[in-house]
Design a protein around this ligand. Structure first.
Ligand SMILES: [Zn+2]
Length: 219
């Protein structure tokens, strides 16, 4: 039996509104909500970082993220990567995940590290080793702050195991500047990849423009 008996998004009874596969895999969403949260795997290359994302960033995704992050609905943590968690576990079983930092005020407000929780169902060790030196939000940051983002972040290198591949994880990538700065902090040789739940349309548009100009193809 699923842990919840009602869909976490629309509250319909799961027993009456799920496929057999969803029921046995213990999905916490009904079939309609599951279909509306579209899984689309996409990989892009940003400088020396390969970023793989798993969801379209559409209205449903945006609403789910707001409910999870801003309304502190921690119960939603497993719905985002439900369809890809086994794929992630298989491909990254010898790695450790380093989660992108939240500001201390956001952490305090939520009471949980939202990125670490989203990836917790994948069965890979998640390390929360980055900190923001001061309050800094990508949305409200000035151009100068974005340029100097590396100086605003710090890493506790002692928490990172020496013999494992490092993978950065984040929820939504909007400009990629935070991930690139985190990659520099741990070293580009040790960390070549990042996984994110979704890529913001702004990021995709920017990437597609660069790809066209350089005539490179990366599916
Ligand atoms: Zn539902």
């Amino acid at each position: 039996m699923p842990i919840t008996t009602r869909c976490l998004l629309c509250s319909r009874k799961l027993l009456d509104h799920q496929t057999l596969a969803q029921y046995f895999l213990k999905d916490e969403l009904c079939d309609k909500c599951r279909r509306s949260l579209k899984t689309r795997k996409r990989t892009i290359k940003l400088q020396n970082l390969k970023i793989t994302s798993f969801h379209l960033y559409d209205e449903t995704m945006s609403d789910c993220l707001i409910q999870y992050k801003e309304c502190m609905d921690e119960a939603l943590k497993d719905i985002f990567l439900f369809e890809v968690k086994d794929w992630i576990h298989f491909h990254y079983r010898n790695c450790v995940f380093l989660c992108a930092p939240s500001s201390s005020s956001a952490l305090e407000r939520r009471g949980f590290q939202h990125v670490a929780q989203m990836f917790s169902s994948c069965g890979i060790e998640v390390i929360d080793c980055f900190r923001k030196r001061q309050e800094f939000s990508q949305k409200t940051a000035t151009v100068m702050q974005r340029k100097n983002i590396e100086e605003l972040l710090q890493v506790d290198i002692n928490q990172i195991p020496k013999n494992k591949r490092l993978i950065l994880i984040d929820d939504t990538v909007t400009t990629g500047s935070t991930l690139l700065a985190l990659q520099k902090l741990v070293g580009e040789k040790r960390c070549k990849e990042a996984l994110c739940v979704s890529l913001h349309p702004k990021m995709l548009a920017k990437y597609d423009k660069i790809r066209k100009r350089k005539c490179i193809y990366f599916p």
